[in-house]
Design a binder for this molecule. Sequence first.
Ligand SMILES: Nc1ncnc2c1ncn2[C@@H]1O[C@H](COP(=O)(O)OP(=O)(O)OP(=O)(O)O)[C@@H](O)[C@H]1O
Length: 600
Amino acid sequence: MSVLIPDSVETVRRPNVFRRLLRNPMAVGSMILIATVIVLGLLAPVLSAHSPNFSSLDAVNAPVGTPGYLLGGDSSGRDIFARLLASVNTAMLSAITGVAVALLIGIPFGLISGYAKPRTDSIFSWVFNLLMTFPALVLLIVAFPITGGSYIVMMGIFGFLFSPAIFRLVRNLVVAVKRELYIDAARVSGLSTARILRRHVLSAVRGPIVITASFLAGVAIAVQAGLAFLGLGTNDVPSFGSMTADAFANLYVYPIQFLWPTVMLAILSGGFVLIGNGLRDALEDSSLTPTKTRRRAEPETRRTLTTALDDAAENSEGPSPLLRIRNLRVSYPTTSGEMKRVVNGISLDLDAGGILGLIGESGSGKSQTAFAVLGLLPPEARVEADEFTLDGHDLLGGDTGQLKRLRTTLVAYVPQEPMSNLAPSFTVGAQLVEGIRATTGSSKREARQLALELLRQVGIADPPRTYRSYPHEISGGMAQRVLIAGAIASGPRLLIADEPTTALDVTVQAEILDLLRTLQKDLSMSVLLVTHNFGVVADLCDQVAVMRTGEIVETGSYRHLYRNADHEYTKQLLAAILDEETYRTDPVPSPAQLEGSAER
Ligand SMILES: Nc1ncnc2c1ncn2[C@@H]1O[C@H](COP(=O)(O)OP(=O)(O)OP(=O)(O)O)[C@@H](O)[C@H]1O
């Protein structure tokens, strides 16, 4: 089916950090001053009557306003105004060189270190920590003979020595961001690591990088001036430092000569620091980054059993299990060095087209089981099993790239907290298109059409409008529909839904469950539903596995468990719902209703 795409789809405006920055008077003042000074520096050849190194005996210590010497002459008879403008250019080139080198080294290594496995992270962190212990200023002074006095080379070394600051910043930000649910979602949707790093991780950490770069520019200008003041630098290139040193010798006789370079230095160096402060405030105000939290369902949001029994099917037999798990163990290292089992030898079969509910209290190991299937467990997790296959493919052996491709094509994931799974700085449409293109390889235009069609399919009333909305502009229920749309885009054979309704209110919960049921039938998918809520299980699932402390204590159809639960824990879980009469909206199903539902 083709869908017309409105022209407005791509004309979305982002929340503007720059506009917020413009509300900060200090930052605005600094930007105006710095911009003015930079323009003056660029116009130096036009504005100044002399070249900065031209010296005339007539102009030695000439007072301010001498014809041709707007700010007077220095002790060598050079035009102070011309030298001041030339020094602006020196300062700016120093800042650009120092900051560029620090960013070029710090950002890529920080991204890789923060995102990579612990061993790579340890090696990179060790190297940069070592670099950080070097006394930067002393090294710059010692390196002077090697640089031949070139301030560009000196500032390159400065950038290298300050790159650990950027590295640490980026690495720590990436460590915080990489476990965000929307990064997991991007991984599940098949995006390459490079693309996730570039598009999602870098975009989330760029704000603090810009702020630090601004501070670093101020520091670079001050450091270059300091080195020049000490005489470390060629005499041919004017700089605030060398001007200050010249004026210093005349301080008591011609103090005004000291004023010009120090004021300019303060404007440039301090201005960058103030802009950095303003940027930080503007970004903090506009921070939309979600935190990875988990909400438990409120009691009133629990579903009742009646609807559930109507729909629960007795049989879940298919030709062969799509997902086959035998004796799955997931363990984590503890501080004492021992391994702690969080999934302890579970076995499951999920048939093609079947719906399996994995139910248990918090911490019972449901999500760990689901994440093991999705390949989303953290690197420190140890996963073992006698058999762990998806569509006949071993999920534990083989090539990592092949497994990733297999999961991308066969499995999709619907998470618990829809909002946290959408990247806050991209529109819904952009995120859907990105996922669709990664999994289907379609063109941008085709992906856009498919995204709009999928939004319609998951019951979004105005797909173009939602397409061009940012996550904060849509409701939780819509966000969950968007994620479901993204999940089904690749036509998965297995949909893993981890508490898909927990974060939603009660009416929306019912709608999302209805949608999942409809899609499961229409697309003939298998569904692994992770939940702590028997009502949700009853609504959807053919088969149920009850988990407790990492083990499956009982399995069976929902109807069977409802009537003949053997295990005390299953009875407790059922009783927990049945006891909550206050929160139920439907009557508890009677045995007759159960039979009726069985006959359907
Ligand atoms: N990275 C980790 N390191 C160590 N233990 C972990 C880690 N992640 C999870 N666990 C532990 O694994 C156990 C099972 O967690 P899991 O998330 O699967 O529980 P769950 O049944 O899904 O509960 P919930 O619904 O609250 O998420 C918990 O005790 C948890 O503390």
